[in-house]
Design a protein around this ligand. Structure first.
Ligand code: IPE
Ligand code: IPE
Ligand code: MG
Length: 264
């Protein structure tokens, strides 16, 4: 079993982290955090393990970060887990990634329910194998009435695909006459995206040192604060999340306008 190959201690929250967690409550927390979870393959390769060992370890990080984000009061956590471009990887790796929702949402579901977490998904699910779809649908249904953290997985998600689908839906409505082209506004476009029930991300995190979006939430990230780290996703922990949140809390979000004190 992979779990036996990988020995990594998971320390309990230390007193410094508990203090940072408490201090963060005094300032505005990001309501929605999105994470591009990257670097699983490199984490494994560095240890001469197969890449899939990195994905397994990355799944453990998902559990840890979900629990912590919920505890500090984050409302939505969006996790980029499989992109529409990730099908280009070797079949063996893709097959393993398609098994992860069962592995994660199957065994971990009782814990998610206990933590009052609601699971949602964005992405094109039609092309997924039946067993993957089943695991995802089951987790969504079983957690539908939970009102704690929204754990939103982006699985077989691509922002360009999402935008194309939304344009098609809007064009259909115009052609059928249920809306006129004058009614096409930013709000209308947003309401046709897969994220239509979510707020826009306040903070985007990408791990592993890559500084790009890789087709993730191109529309939704228009005014999001970005935070990048060299840490590989399996090594990401609560204190890394606190680093990102503390950085966010020092940002000056202006949305193109000016703060009162800047006006002269
Ligand atoms: C992110 O880790 C997980 C997925 C994209 C599924 P990678 O598998 O991209 O890891 P690296 O970038 O090759 O290290
Ligand atoms: C982005 O990571 C997709 C996910 C994290 C699921 P990739 O590793 O696929 O992105 P690129 O290929 O480095 O841009
Ligand atoms: Mg990668």
């Amino acid at each position: 079993m992979l779990s036996k190959l990988i020995r990594k201690k998971q320390p309990a929250l230390n007193s410094e982290l508990i203090k940072r967690k408490e201090l963060s409550q005094l300032e505005q927390l990001p309501s929605h955090i999105s994470i591009i979870m990257d670097g699983n393959g490199r984490w494994a390769t560095k240890r001469t393990l197969p890449r899939i060992a990195g994905h397994y370890e990355g799944m453990k990080t998902v559990k840890k970060i979900t629990k912590f984000a919920n505890e500090i009061g984050i409302k939505t956590l969006s996790l980029y887990a499989f992109s529409t471009e990730n099908w280009r990887r070797p079949k063996k790796e893709v097959d393993y990634l398609m098994r992860l929702p069962e592995e994660l949402l199957g065994k971990y579901l009782p814990e998610l329910i206990e933590q009052n977490v609601r699971v949602t998904m964005i992405g094109n699910h039609e092309l997924l194998p039946e067993h993957t779809k089943r695991a995802i649908t089951n987790a969504i249904e079983e957690t539908l009435h939970n009102d704690g953290l929204i754990l939103n997985f982006a699985f077989n998600y691509g922002s360009r695909d999402e935008i194309v689908q939304s344009v098609k839906q809007i064009v259909n409505k115009v052609q059928q006459g249920s809306i006129s082209s004058d009614e096409i506004t930013e709000e209308l476009v947003s309401s046709h995206l897969m994220t239509n029930e979510l707020t826009e991300p306040d903070l985007l995190i990408r791990t592993s040192g890559e500084i790009r979006l890789s087709n993730f939430m191109l529309w939704q990230l228009a005014y999001t604060e970005f935070w990048f780290t060299d840490t590989l996703w399996p090594d990401f922990d609560e204190s890394c999340l606190m680093d990102a949140i503390e950085s966010y809390q020092k940002r000056n979000r202006k949305y193109g306008g000016l703060k009162q004190e800047e006006v002269n």
